[in-house]
Design a binder for this molecule. Structure first.
Ligand code: DGT
Ligand code: CA
Ligand code: CA
Ligand code: ZN
Length: 580
């Protein structure tokens, strides 16, 4: 298990630094490390126990990556990575967190303006020094100034996107809970509340013997710095600059510890006030009587909430946005991640240039998840390099018809169309009408004005074949800001045209944003949770979409995934009949 985590940490850092080095996400080496990461993720055996030859048999791992992994396991470091770390120090890596700054721009900023940190970037922008650089207009500099200002305001500079934090936390929790003497491990904090970015990781381990656990934490290979090391709490910083706080608690304290360290701080404060009003005191160990010190509840979160006269509140709701009053009144929103889900409406097979899933595997996985519907939605032809031509789609339609005979999951022949700069779509109306299901998404021209962006989205929504708009804002958390849109015009159009809006469960996206989800609540607008899976094991990303949607208190009536089969059938036909 440890070998797997070490391999993944190593490969992820190597991929990030190689991206900086090559300046191109599509570079061969960047994609090779990406494939290697997926290969290791799917592995059940411990890679550190494998020979180089065995490692090359893993899907996605070539000779050179296998050699590097052996070097890592044998010597504890890899020369190539050391070299890259020297060439691209952390201060440079952090430049990539600025929305609008990619690896190419970092290279240019370093070369042409000597910018090698956020501070020197701020200075260069303030002094107007970037405008002279080739390819840098006044507009680019203004956008950078805006991004920097927004980051400073949101305190986002040192925050880590959920797409990085969640996989790391899951691996850590698996590793720590498997240690001798550990009974369980959980991540808490903002990550458990499913925040889009986290300041640090908070991990609670249950054990009666904290010392060996804390020793293990401090000795983890990716630890760059130990901030504090004690029996109750140890804090370390990783090579990539992420702080991890680990606490060891006793089993009977677990509920109180989870509650306390999950937060949010303002949720905790409200709970504590409620306790005090009842003559009780709440801390990270227990809920107790003030007068006698007698412990009232501590084992589970539900015990503590119950003792305070409340139903258990899902972590994603603990933001002090009315959840305590709702828990008292019994009006909390539905637990979306725990409800059954009728299907997935955005999935790619290997036919899409960036897809890796086989249809048979996807259908088996959909059956296992109890789906009624599975929409296969390949990239359409206008997406350069990876879009699919008509003839290949016609063949897929036949394949789906064949496959349909062997499964009770209703297979929808679909497509993910591209919204062009002017709102035009792929293929033609006749060809588009052959699909059972179409979504349309923005994949380029992220810098248009609000008027232009809104107009192109609205035009796509007016098309009779478009059931849903995919990842509406096109943001990438921590990497690309949302496009500029007139949200109220988009929501009006969604209502008027009956076009649903996707909630994309890919962690870098989580798009719609929370603000948009809040704004559409209670209106006659449907949202659809999707995985946007490009691999079979990514179907579970629909659960991310559910957690994210629940954070915005959206009710099931508006979420197509929780509708009955007949209602979904009717919805699929509705758009075309409206327009006809
Ligand atoms: P982050 O790390 O900035 O993304 O946000 P959190 O919520 O994970 O904050 P963090 O790591 O500082 O603390 C974890 C939890 O511990 C926090 O959500 C609530 C609890 N906590 C921390 N400090 C305080 C405090 O001063 N009072 C109370 N009531 N709770 C606290
Ligand atoms: Ca935290
Ligand atoms: Ca913390
Ligand atoms: Zn897609």
């Amino acid at each position: 298990m440890d070998g797997k985590r070490r391999a993944l940490d190593f490969l992820e850092e190597l991929k990030e630094l190689t991206l900086l080095d090559e300046g191109d996400p599509q570079a061969f080496r960047v994609r090779a490390y990406e494939s290697a990461i997926h290969g290791i993720e799917a592995l059940t055996a411990d890679p550190s126990a494998m020979t180089a030859t065995e490692l090359t048999k893993i899907d996605g791992i070539g000779k050179s990556t296998a050699a590097k992994l052996r070097e890592l396991f044998d010597t504890g470091k890899v020369e190539k990575l050391t070299e890259l770390r020297l060439k691209h120090p952390l201060s440079v890596v952090k430049l990539m967190k600025v929305p609008g700054v990619g690896p190419k721009m970092v290279a240019k900023l370093r070369k042409e303006a000597g910018v090698d940190s956020l501070d020197s970037l701020k200075q260069a922008v303030a002094e107007g020094r970037l405008q002279g650089i080739k390819g840098f207009g006044k507009k680019t500099e203004e956008n950078l100034a805006k991004s920097l200002e927004r980051m400073a305001r949101a305190g986002d500079e040192s925050r880590t996107p959920i797409s990085v934090a969640l996989p790391l936390a899951r691996r850590l929790v698996a590793e720590l809970s498997a240690l001798p003497g550990a009974k369980a491990a959980h991540f808490c904090g903002s990550l458990r509340r499913f925040s889009e970015t986290v300041g640090d990781l908070d991990i609670v381990v249950v054990s009666d013997a904290p010392v060996p656990i804390m020793d293990h934490v401090a000795a983890m290979p990716f630890v760059a710095e130990i901030l504090a090391k004690g029996e109750a709490k140890t804090s370390v910083v990783t090579q990539r600059g992420l702080q991890i706080d680990v606490r060891v608690v006793k089993e009977h304290e677990l509920g109180a510890a989870l509650l306390y360290f999950t937060g949010s701080k303002s949720h905790n404060i409200k709970l504590r006030e409620r306790a005090i009003a009842r003559g009780l005191t709440l801390n990270e160990y227990a809920l107790s009587e003030i007068a006698t010190g007698k412990v009232i509840a501590s084992h589970t979160e539900a015990d503590i909430y119950a003792a305070l006269g409340l139903r258990w509140i899902h972590p994603v709701l603990r933001e002090d946005k009315g959840e305590i009053a709702a828990a008292e009144a019994g009006t909390l929103p539905p637990l979306l991640p725990e409800l059954s889900n009728a299907g997935d409406f955005h999935v790619h097979t290997a036919l899409s240039g960036d897809g890796h899933a086989e249809l048979d595997d996807l259908v088996s996985a959909a059956e296992a998840r109890g789906y009624s519907f599975l929409a296969i939605t390949e990239h359409a032809e206008n997406l350069s390099m990876i879009g699919v031509k008509r003839a290949a789609l016609e063949a897929q339609q036949q394949d789906l018809a064949q496959k349909q005979k062997t499964t009770s999951v209703r297979l929808l022949f679909g497509a993910e169309l591209n919204i062009g700069k002017d709102g035009s779509l792929d293929y033609d109306d006749e060809f588009r009408s052959r699909f059972d299901f179409c979504l349309a998404s923005i994949h380029d021209h992220f810098d248009l004005t609000r008027e232009q962006q809104t107009a192109r989205v609205l035009r796509a929504m007016e098309d009779r074949n478009i059931h849903m708009i995919g990842h509406l804002t096109a943001r990438m958390i921590g990497a690309r800001p949302p496009i500029d849109l007139d949200i109220s015009a988009v929501l009006d159009a969604a209502e008027r045209t009956g076009t649903a809006l996707e909630v994309n469960g890919g962690l870098p996206r989580l798009d719609l944003t929370i603000d948009i989800l809040r704004a559409l609540r209670g209106r006659n607008i449907r949202v659809v949770l999707t995985s946007d899976a490009h691999r079979t094991n990514e179907l579970d990303r629909v659960d991310n979409a559910a957690l994210h949607t629940m954070r915005a208190w959206v009710s099931t009536d508006q979420v197509v995934n929780f509708w009955k089969r007949e209602e979904i059938e009717r919805w699929l036909l509705d758009k075309r009949s409206r327009a006809a």
